[in-house]
Design a protein around this ligand. Structure first.
Ligand code: 6PG
Length: 238
């Protein structure tokens, strides 16, 4: 695991809440409930809920559960944590999964869904998305996955985009295909009111263990977060 080391107490001083789950299904149901709770709170307090969806496969079951919960989608603004530079509708795009699992099944106004136009190329799409984010309030909740190398969104260990202060960043060298992506920048993730990680499967255990032991991998650098972790991914921290 690469990445600058920070002392364990520095990382653990950012009170990160680890929420254990027996399996991925239980994790998905619980995170869906948390999203619904935070949505009701945000809409009650500010009239809208600004939610950024995670990509990858882990969140799919959570999104499928969200369809059935009582959320006032008219007041939800949906953003994306990252997007892969593929054609619109490509099965490997994160928004394709989000529409299939959730957005195509709920009464959310189309204008409330802010996809990343990654099909236009990483640089142009990142610039435009940064402008969209800069002109709005902070996100209320960012859902995040974590890769086996400790990346989150499309912020990879040692990647130049990970160190950018921009609201959205172009990633041209992602080690996880496709190489070209657009990601929310680290500051955007940090400025959100809440962060929830969904981490399942034995493949994620080593990265989570490294983070707990102080490795400042990108997933560890987003600030206070709820880490929802299933049994398979849970490190045996002594
Ligand atoms: C992506 C995701 C990425 C993902 C992790 C975990 O575009 O690949 O945004 O950050 O969340 O790689 O992916 P899985 O959930 O598929 O394990």
């Amino acid at each position: 695991m690469s990445g600058p080391e920070v002392k364990r107490e520095e990382w653990m001083s950012q009170p990160a809440q680890i929420v254990p789950h027996e399996n991925a299904a239980a994790l998905a149901a619980d995170v869906a409930q948390r999203v619904a709770e935070l949505a009701a709170q945000a809409i009650g307090e500010r009239g809208e809920f600004r939610l950024a969806l995670a990509g990858g496969e882990t969140p799919r079951r959570c999104y499928e559960q969200l369809r059935h919960l009582c959320i006032d989608w008219r007041h939800v603004q949906v953003f994306f944590g990252d997007e892969r530079c593929l054609s619109v509708g490509d099965a490997q795009r994160n928004d394709t999964m989000a529409f299939a699992a959730l957005l195509g099944h709920v009464a959310i106004p189309p204008e409330n869904i802010h996809t990343i136009a990654a099909e236009r190329g990483a640089l142009d799409a990142a610039r435009d998305y940064a402008g969209l984010l800069n002109n709005g309030a902070p996100l209320d909740l960012v859902l995040l996955g974590m890769g086996e190398d400790g990346h989150t969104a499309s912020l990879f260990p040692g990647g130049p985009a990970t160190e950018s202060g921009d609201a959205a960043v172009a990633v041209l060298d992602a080690p996880k295909p496709p190489a070209q992506r657009v990601s929310l920048g680290l500051n955007t993730l940090r400025q959100a009111r809440h962060r929830i990680f969904l981490v399942t499967g034995a493949g994620k255990r080593a990265a989570l263990q490294a983070i707990i032991e102080g490795a400042a991998l990108p997933a560890a650098r987003v600030g206070w977060a709820e880490w929802h972790v299933d049994h398979a991914a849970m490190p045996q921290v002594c």
